[in-house]
Write a protein that binds this ligand. Structure first.
Ligand code: ATP
Ligand code: MG
Length: 415
């Protein structure tokens, strides 16, 4: 029996991969407009990096990590997210010594042991960005605006932006206590996970997907009513800057995010088109994380988007690439000429296909249809004798003669 892949680990095949390339190219182009540089981080990290940054009581660290002991008896984990690794690298290489303000982006696979379903996989891909060293809310507004710019450039009207503030170490404990007190009064209505969370991570109860928990927490106290003056001002200024540049948002005081390191501004880009997998991108501030990981006392903010979910939103679009030219050839000599023209044109930057084993003209034309090339050139004995052939513009449906010469053909094709 043939060996299959592992459940939750997907292949991205030609036909689909062009969409991914388009998403990645759009991210690179847009992020670079905002001054971000790429950073490439490893897939494997010491387990303690994630335990310490994401938080021991989060879903990710409690039950979703691909952790194992390697041959050197080290506890390692296949990264479940990118921020912890990027900050580890930022600290390890002392990037802050050159400039505390670093703008970094990354893209690549992440690994979480979750129940595979549409929009949720065990190997999935994120594109993320991080900014260090700036507390000013201009940077919050800029990061959010960049993310919305990216989705707009993909031609998407979904997802939409929701923002919240989770406060800081000064005001969050007060809110946490108020929420705990509220949840204690609702214990019998909460799911088993949330019963546990009341003591360990009460904010997560607001994010629970169970309908009972949603209902039970409807009247829960709002984090926004518990912000200290500093956090309140920061959130108000973030909103003003978003409005100044026309970035649309809704406030969602129930959004808590699943990672412990978030402070102040948090956000999600949500869609109604993907069922329960509604978050397409998510992120927030993490003003304590860099210091917690042993680095300098610098703030940070960032996000990650799930590329599979972005790709699902683009499902209707056609990104398949078309070759510039298909050459059909009849007879031994014409096939040799077609092969040599093809190679010469490819060297000039024209994409060309032939039917390598093409027999009848009919079967070659069937293959040409399949490729849907922009132009078609047909060469037979006559054409070789005349050193000229008909070049057909497939979209316009018009044909004109062209000399059988790579420069002449490339010029006609506009390359
Ligand atoms: P969810 O609530 O859907 O589990 P999350 O809060 O765990 O999301 P983050 O850790 O913030 O997600 O990751 C950012 C983005 O990565 C998500 O918004 C989503 O688009 C994507 N993502 C997260 N987990 C998966 C997964 N298992 N499969 C596919 N995409 C994922
Ligand atoms: Mg999750």
């Amino acid at each position: 029996m043939a060996i299959t892949g592992i459940k939750g680990f997907n292949d991205i095949l030609p036909g689909e991969v062009e969409k991914w390339q388009h998403i990645e190219a759009t991210a690179r182009r847009v992020f670079e407009l905002y001054g971000f540089s790429e950073i490439r981080i490893p897939i494997l990290e010491k387990t303690e990096l994630f335990a310490r940054s994401i938080g021991d009581t989060t879903d990710i660290v409690e039950k979703e990590m691909y952790s194992f002991v390697d041959k050197g008896e080290k506890a390692v984990t296949m990264r479940p997210e990118g921020t912890a690794s990027v900050m580890r690298a930022f600290i390890e290489h002392k990037l802050y010594a050159q400039d505390p303000v670093a703008k970094l982006y990354y893209m690549g696979p992440m690994f979480r042991y979750e129940r595979p379903q549409k929009g949720r996989y065990r190997q999935f891909h994120q594109i993320g960005a991080e900014v260090t060293g700036v507390t000013d809310p201009k940077v919050d507004a800029q990061v959010l605006t960049m993310l919305c710019h990216f989705f707009a450039d993909l031609g998407l009207t979904e997802p939409t932006l929701q923002i919240n503030s989770l406060g800081c170490p000064e005001c969050r404990p007060v809110y946490r206590q108020a929420l705990k007190d509220f949840l204690r009064g609702k214990l019998d209505q909460l799911c088993d996970d949330c019963k546990r969370r009341v003591d360990t991570n009460p904010l997560r109860a607001l994010d629970c997907k169970s309908a009972h928990c949603k209902e039970a927490t409807e009247g829960a106290p709002s984090v926004l009513d518990h912000l200290c003056a500093g956090c309140n001002d920061h959130f108000a200024a973030t909103r003003r800057y978003l409005e100044l540049v026309g970035t649309k948002y809704d406030i969602n005081p129930r959004m808590v995010r699943g990672l412990d390191y978030y402070t102040r501004t948090t956000f999600e880009l949500v869609t109604g088109l993907l069922g329960a997998q509604s978050a397409v991108a998510a992120g927030g501030r993490y003003d304590g994380l860099i210091a917690d990981l042993g680095g300098p006392k610098l703030p940070g903010i960032g996000f990650a988007m799930g590329v599979e979910r972005v790709a699902l939103l683009l499902a209707a679009e056609e990104f398949r690439k078309r070759p510039d030219l298909f050459i059909a050839a009849l007879g031994e000599e014409a096939q040799q000429q077609a092969f040599s023209l093809m190679t010469g044109l490819q060297r000039l930057g024209v994409s060309v296909e032939i039917d390598y084993e093409g027999k009848s003209l009919k079967s070659q034309m069937r293959r040409s249809d399949k490729f849907n090339s922009r132009f078609t050139l047909i060469i037979g004995e006559d054409e070789i004798a005349r050193k000229t052939a008909g070049l057909k513009d497939m979209d316009a449906g018009v044909q004109g003669d062209v000399a059988l010469d790579v420069e002449a053909i490339a010029a006609k094709i506009g390359k």
